[in-house]
Design a protein around this ligand. Structure first.
Ligand code: NAP
Ligand code: L37
Length: 318
């Protein structure tokens, strides 16, 4: 009887404890995506279209260097021709705008991203920079045109920002349907939180977005079937805040001191993984969760942009 009771409680009957979360691997999901994209690129190359990506960096931030090298590596793997242009931190806004304008004109480049944050000694209006990228090459989806389309639900007619798009793909991996669910997003930045809100909304979730002025975040989180966190606060969300069995997507990349590591530091998310793992139904790890998906989605957007060019030339539909 006790054995049966244990069995039933582990299955969630009698309101008892269910089993621990299923880990959704961004490493595995992104690998499958890269393999699919490689086939598409092979096909495009046969039609004499070589997808081209240009990553524009200002300055020399250590974290950006790491992310850019992952992007270049993924591009090489799928057959995208990628180049990295690094401008010195002394560059002015005008020079940066001129560089963007010339890349906009270059037909060999299908995707252009300006890696943020900028590391620049001069005052630069970041909005002006992200808006200078041609909407047709804006594979980061950060220009007003693409962000506006997303906010209106025109998902098939714009470039979706890479990190939120990667989160949606991870949610799809769980098999949990988004429509009709309550989703909570923590963060409202242009690159993570705000587009995440839009994507969940237009996939028919009911969405609550929290930010630094939200009064009782644990109370909001307790109602979430799907939780996406992009706050940049190490291990902020605790397991006991969660609704049992929910989907937890952790975008956070935070470096904390860890004397036991040779580097003296360790990367953690915005979610306290050990406690959340005990209570969630699904959870993404950090590292190996959203990060690799961000990179893979950039490749997907670049391939999409190249396909659009081919369709324009040949008159074929996508
Ligand atoms: P951000 O621009 O600093 O935005 C953070 C957002 O979180 C803001 O909206 C802020 O609210 C909110 N916030 C901050 N502290 C909060 C708190 N204590 N309670 C509730 N909300 C809070 O950061 P971001 O660029 O969106 O990045 C967020 C995290 O995701 C970072 O850890 C970053 O490293 C990571 N990230 C990961 C990837 C990836 O590929 N995995 C990509 C991009 C970013 P206000 O608006 O009120 O200030
Ligand atoms: N597209 N992405 C785009 N444009 C930008 O302007 N800033 C920015 C951006 N962000 C970005 O590239 N983020 C990012 C974050 C993490 C990874 C990749 C890209 C990543 O691969 N992270 C690994 C390793 C983390 C670590 O050990 O430091 C991970 O497994 O999460």
């Amino acid at each position: 009887m006790l054995t049966l009771l244990r069995h039933l409680t582990s299955l969630g009957h009698y309101g008892g404890r269910r089993s621990v979360a299923t880990v959704i691997s961004g490493n595995q999901t992104s690998k499958m995506l890269r393999e699919r994209l490689k086939k598409e690129v092979d096909h495009l190359r046969t039609a004499k279209v070589v997808p081209g990506l240009l990553v524009l960096q200002v300055g020399n931030r250590e974290d950006s260097n790491l992310y850019i090298s992952s992007k270049l590596k993924a591009a090489a793997e799928v057959g995208i021709e990628a180049s990295h242009v690094r401008l010195p931190n002394t560059v002015t806004q005008e020079e940066l705008l001129r560089t963007i304008a010339s890349v906009n004109e270059d037909p060999s480049v299908h995707g252009l991203i300006v890696q943020l944050p900028l590391d620049c000694i001069h005052r630069v209006d970041v909005e002006k920079i992200t808006d200078a990228v041609s909407p047709l090459k804006d594979v980061d989806g950060l220009s007003c045109v693409n962000a506006g389309k997303l906010s209106r639900g025109e998902l098939n007619n714009c470039f979706l920002p890479c990190t939120p798009n990667g989160c949606m793909e991870l949610i799809r991996q769980t098999g949990v349907s988004v429509a009709g669910k309550h989703a909570v997003v923590i963060g409202r930045s242009k690159i993570v939180g705000a587009p995440m809100h839009d994507l969940l909304l237009w996939n028919h979730a009911t969405v609550t977005t929290c930010h630094s002025k939200t009064s009782d975040i644990p109370r909001q989180v307790a109602t979430a079937d799907i939780l996406v966190v992009g706050a940049g606060r190490a291990e902020m969300v605790r397991g006991d805040w969660l609704k049992e069995g929910c989907v937890v997507i952790d975008c956070g990349i935070n470096y904390i001191t860890d004397k036991s590591k040779p580097s003296g530091k360790r990367v953690v998310g915005d979610v306290h993984y050990a406690s959340a793992y005990q209570r969630a139904g699904f959870i993404t790890p950090v590292p190996g969760g959203v990060g690799p998906m961000t990179v893979a989605m950039l490749m997907q957007n670049t391939v999409l942009s190249a396909r659009r060019v081919l369709a324009d030339v040949s008159g074929a539909s996508l």
